[in-house]
Ligand binder design. Structure first.
Ligand code: BGC
Length: 765
């Protein structure tokens, strides 16, 4: 059955159930442990296994499989939750079947990929991370929870905290970049935003940290591919954000698709039980990713019964779409391949979550149709989204202060992303209101209302129509233009010749990144590169407004275009937010959270690399034989982690340290004076990096350990101070002990990871 049929079937099966009754009043019930134990005592083994089953409604699918018989299974108590069904009304009807038709009336969880906002959509997570503003990020998650909970959802499959250093992987767009420290702060902010430390409220929702673990390290950047990594690297560089989310109280965890140490994460007991439960003390439940259990058959781990037992034994509680638990666990129990204690334990954790959400007291708690009408996509949420979006843009180049633009004269807006409202929300925005997103052209017309704004498409996304089709799925069309490339160019050059400035809206479409959108060529598609060069030939000033879900190789653009503003996919208010920055209502303050390579051949490339035994001896990037470098490319990236310009300039001076020696109980301060030396008020992300000069294992050349985003008026100076304690100096050694080692350290403070501004200190016993 296809998606639409399933929904029709669900609605049809539910027809006749009244929608009129108001929410039942919340009822007082026994304390959790007692309540859940009483309930479990009444459950048959089939009903228990049913709680571990998570089908999809079919509204949105990401794999080959779809769930079948959903309505009937709910009635029979064979479903624990349902996901990707949208609207309070529909969810209410389905919940009604669970609590009125199933024998034990156990309410369902309703999940959704609420990844960067609900209908009010915020920038893609990679963009959001570039704000470096934890309050804004938490606020975005809180608004997402407010809207989703008003529309029936009580569980989000977010945050996605996979560290990735490979821009070929399409899902870099869904995470917070390459750095474990920053990723951990963001993981915590997101969990707090969704759960608000109190799941019993009707506007907080259960969060699910994903994809546990290491999904972002898939070989060659190809989605779902093998991961092979040393444990010391896992612990130091990839695990911290998952752990931070667990420490922040994330109620659920999603297993990743990839293998780890040769065993798929979904069946990996070391990962799910030893690390997650025993080391980190995780108390919630673990759900597989979409068909994660049956996919273990293709991984070569056995038949459905074998892999389902493997998953339960590993520590998985809920089976997303796979129906491996539903169809084989009873048999495995009879054959002693799993135990009833394991099944009971899984059921208990899922029922605990339902209890915490208040669903046993009021199963319709999140299905208030009135709230859905008044709290979703509101004017005030959209205003906040516009502000957050503006903070996520990263100014990569601004020669001769071409930006900000004047709100007058004639502006030619050219490119396939200029009039592309369907693409503004970016990937993984299933609840977004695509039709109401603000395109760049609409945003410019609103913000620069007195300017004469001309528009031409200039080119399609690329020359290849088949490629465009793959890159514009899920309704995110770019309205491919059938005219020849010459005709499209002629139209663009004509309006260019009438204009004072050209704004070129180019880059990736929304679905060129995201799940199953890996690329081997990470440049702007050729048709648009060609268009850009033609626009430059006109001699008019050109601003490149770049859309992308990943770091791109922009060497040619960096050499030839005077101004480049990277806007990612900034969400439902993208157009106005970008225009706010272009015309100086907002001064850009975003900083990159991923390295932009000079060539795809440098990948993986990241600032916190090791030194090697043969580091290059010169900073200019000149080739040196028998040193660690390339004969055809420099080692440095095009734009480093932490980089981002402003319309103003900042200078760093007077780097000081309170003491050059510290012992394990001390704290020392490193401070620097930051001055706004330019002509605009602005914000700067001041970054602290540490280097452990000598260790029992090799250590990165630099690691982010602190940051502060400060606002400085034109001419203003502020002293920014970071406190360093022994906790900041700890790392996992080769025995996987989290330790600090005595010896020399260096502290760097600057506005980007390539700062050389440093002081040394020593840690003693
Ligand atoms: C993705 C997950 C997502 C799930 C449910 C999968 O394909 O990997 O990130 O949460 O689908 O939609």
């Amino acid at each position: 059955m296809n998606n639409k049929l399933i929904i029709a079937f669900l609605c049809f099966s539910l027809f006749g159930y009244s929608q009129k009754k108001a929410s039942k009043k919340a009822v007082a019930i026994k304390p959790k442990a007692e309540f859940v134990a009483d309930l479990m005592a009444k459950m048959t083994i089939d009903e228990k296994i049913g709680q571990l089953n998570l089908p999809t409604s079919g509204d949105i699918t990401t794999g080959a499989a779809n769930s079948s018989n959903v309505a009937k299974n709910i009635e029979e108590g064979k479903v624990g939750g349902l996901f990707n069904i949208k609207s309070a009304q529909k969810i209410r009807e389905v919940q009604k079947v669970a609590v009125e038709k199933s024998r034990l009336k156990i309410p369902l969880l309703f999940g959704m990929d609420v990844i960067h906002g609900y209908e009010t959509t915020f920038p893609i997570p990679l963009g959001l991370s570039c704000t470096w503003d934890m309050n804004l990020i938490e606020r975005s998650a809180q608004i997402a929870a407010q809207e989703a909970s008003a529309d029936g959802i009580n569980w989000t499959f977010s945050p996605m905290v996979d560290i990735s250093r490979d821009p070929r992987w399409g899902r870099v767009s869904e995470g917070s970049g390459e750095d474990a420290y920053l990723g951990s702060q963001i993981a915590k902010a997101m969990v707090n935003g969704y759960q608000q430390d109190d799941l019993s409220k009707n506007n907080s929702i259960l969060s699910c940290v994903k994809h546990f673990a290491l999904y972002g390290a898939s070989e060659a950047g190809r989605d779902y591919n093998t991961v092979d990594m040393s444990r010391i690297k896992m612990y130091n560089e990839y695990f911290p954000p998952y752990k931070a989310a667990v420490d922040a109280g994330a109620g659920s965890v999603m297993a990743s698709f990839n293998e780890i140490d040769g065993i798929p994460a979904t069946g990996n007991k070391w990962l799910m039980t030893d690390v997650l439960r025993k080391e980190w003390g995780f108390k919630g439940f673990v759900v597989t990713d979409y068909t994660g259990i049956p996919e273990m058959m293709a991984h070569g781990m056995g038949d459905l019964q074998t892999v389902s037992a493997l998953a339960l034994n590993a520590g998985i509680e809920m089976d997303m779409v796979g129906e491996g638990f539903l169809t084989t666990l009873k048999k495995s129990l009879a054959e002693n391949k799993v135990t009833v204690e394991q099944i009971d334990n899984a059921v208990r954790l899922i029922l605990n979550a339902k209890y915490d959400l208040g669903l046993f007291q009021d199963p319709y708690k999140y299905c208030d149709v009135k709230r859905a009408k008044t709290e979703v996509f509101t004017t005030s949420n959209r205003l906040e989204a516009r502000n957050i979006a503006a903070q996520s843009l990263v100014l990569l180049k601004n020669e001769k202060q071409l930006l900000p633009l004047k709100k007058s004269g004639t502006i030619a807006v050219i490119g396939p992303l200029a009039d592309a409202k369907e693409n503004m929300a970016g990937t993984w925005s299933v609840a977004t209101n695509m039709d109401k997103s603000i395109s760049l052209i609409a945003g410019i017309k609103e913000v620069a209302a007195n300017a004469n704004v001309l528009y031409a498409k200039g080119s399609n996304l690329d020359y290849d129509a088949a490629f465009e089709e793959k890159a514009t799925m899920f309704g995110k069309t770019l309205h491919r233009d059938d005219r020849t490339k010459e005709a499209l160019l002629a139209e663009a050059l004509k309006i260019a010749s009438q204009s004072d400035v050209i704004v070129a809206a180019l880059g990736e479409s929304a679905e060129m990144s995201g799940e199953s959108s890996s690329r081997t060529n990470i440049e702007i598609p050729q048709a648009q590169k060609d268009l850009l060069q033609e626009l430059l030939k006109t001699g008019k000033p050109v601003v490149l407004v770049l859309f992308t879900g990943r770091p791109l190789v922009l060497v040619q653009e960096n050499e030839t275009v005077p101004a480049i503003l990277n806007t990612w996919f900034a969400g439902s208010e993208a157009g106005t937010a970008i225009a706010d920055v272009l015309f100086g209502n907002e001064n850009p303050s975003g900083k990159l959270t991923t390295t932009f390579p000079r060539s795809v051949g440098q990948v993986p490339i990241y600032y916190s690399h090791k030194n090697t035994g043969r580091p290059l001896g010169n900073k200019e990037g000149n080739f040196e034989k028998f040193k660690s470098n390339y004969i055809d490319e420099r080692n440095e990236p095009l734009y480093p982690f932490g980089f981002g310009l402003s319309y103003t300039t900042f200078s760093y001076s007077n780097l000081k340290i309170s003491s050059e020696k510290m012992n394990f109980n001390d704290k020392i301060n490193v401070s620097v004076d930051v001055t706004n030396t330019g002509n605009y008020d602005g914000k700067e992300v001041v970054q602290l990096y540490l280097r452990d000069v000598v260790g029992s294992v090799t250590r990165p050349v630099k690691e982010l350990k602190g940051f502060q985003k400060i606002a400085l008026k034109k001419g203003e100076k502020q002293t920014v101070t970071f406190e360093i304690s022994v906790e900041d100096l700890k790392f996992y050694n080769s025995d996987l002990e989290f330790v600090a080692e005595t010896g020399q350290f260096e502290a760097f403070i600057g506005g980007s990871s390539d700062t050389e501004n440093k002081v040394g200190f020593e840690l003693n016993k």
